[in-house]
Design a protein around this ligand. Structure first.
Ligand SMILES: Cc1cc2nc3c(=O)[nH]c(=O)nc-3n(C[C@H](O)[C@H](O)[C@H](O)COP(=O)(O)O)c2cc1C
Length: 171
């Protein structure tokens, strides 16, 4: 089959047009998660993340990427545990909350304590409780690899992210 559709945008990251590059990356549709942990002082930390992926089934390893400049970097690299909370289609407000640098993210949230005291968010589609397995260099991000210790899932639809916008399955 011949591909007759024209590219809307082409380039190289070396061109220096980071907006265009990010736009192309955004054509990869993902789910949305909130990754949580507790810092050494027991304070909850968490942020909205779509870089989550499964790495290995045996052993069960997953990864996600955290911006190096994040105020949460220390909490996640020293905590020893983290949880991936996979958001349901109705949880867009939680995604907005945990992506807002100014927000008091856990205020008024009824969290459960998971392994290592990690806060588990209510109402999620799935969750993966992990022991921190490795931290790798990822340029301006760090790559956090977790060994999955416990998981849970329930029926429902995922919150999706595509081209910089939230989507729902089928729309
Ligand atoms: C859909 C979505 C996905 C995101 N994915 C990531 C991610 O994978 N890694 C990351 O470091 N920030 C990601 N962010 C941005 C962070 O959620 C945002 O910068 C947040 O304020 C970071 O928390 P912090 O201030 O504790 O670092 C994402 C934001 C959105 C809306």
């Amino acid at each position: 089959m011949t591909d007759t559709r024209k590219w809307a945008l082409q380039g190289s990251p070396a061109d220096g047009d980071s907006r265009a590059y990010r736009s192309a990356l955004g054509r990869f549709a993902t789910g949305v998660t909130v990754v949580t942990c507790r810092d050494a002082a027991g304070r909850p930390a968490g942020l909205t993340v779509n870089s989550f992926t499964s790495v290995s089934l045996d052993p069960a390893l997953v990864l996600w990427c955290l911006e190096r400049s994040s105020p949460s970097l220390n909490a996640f690299t020293t905590s020893g545990h983290f949880a991936i909370n996979v958001l349901d289609a109705d949880q867009r407000p939680l995604s907005d909350l945990f992506a807002d640098p100014e927000a008091d993210r856990f205020a008024g949230l009824a969290v459960e304590d998971g392994l290592g005291g990690v806060p588990l968010l209510p109402g999620c589609l799935a969750r993966f409780e992990c022991a921190l397995h490795a931290v790798h260099d990822g340029g301006d991000h760090v790559i956090l690899v977790g060994a999955v210790r416990r998981y849970a899932e329930r029926p429902g639809n995922p919150l999706l992210y595509f081209s910089g916008e939230y989507r729902r399955v089928g729309g």
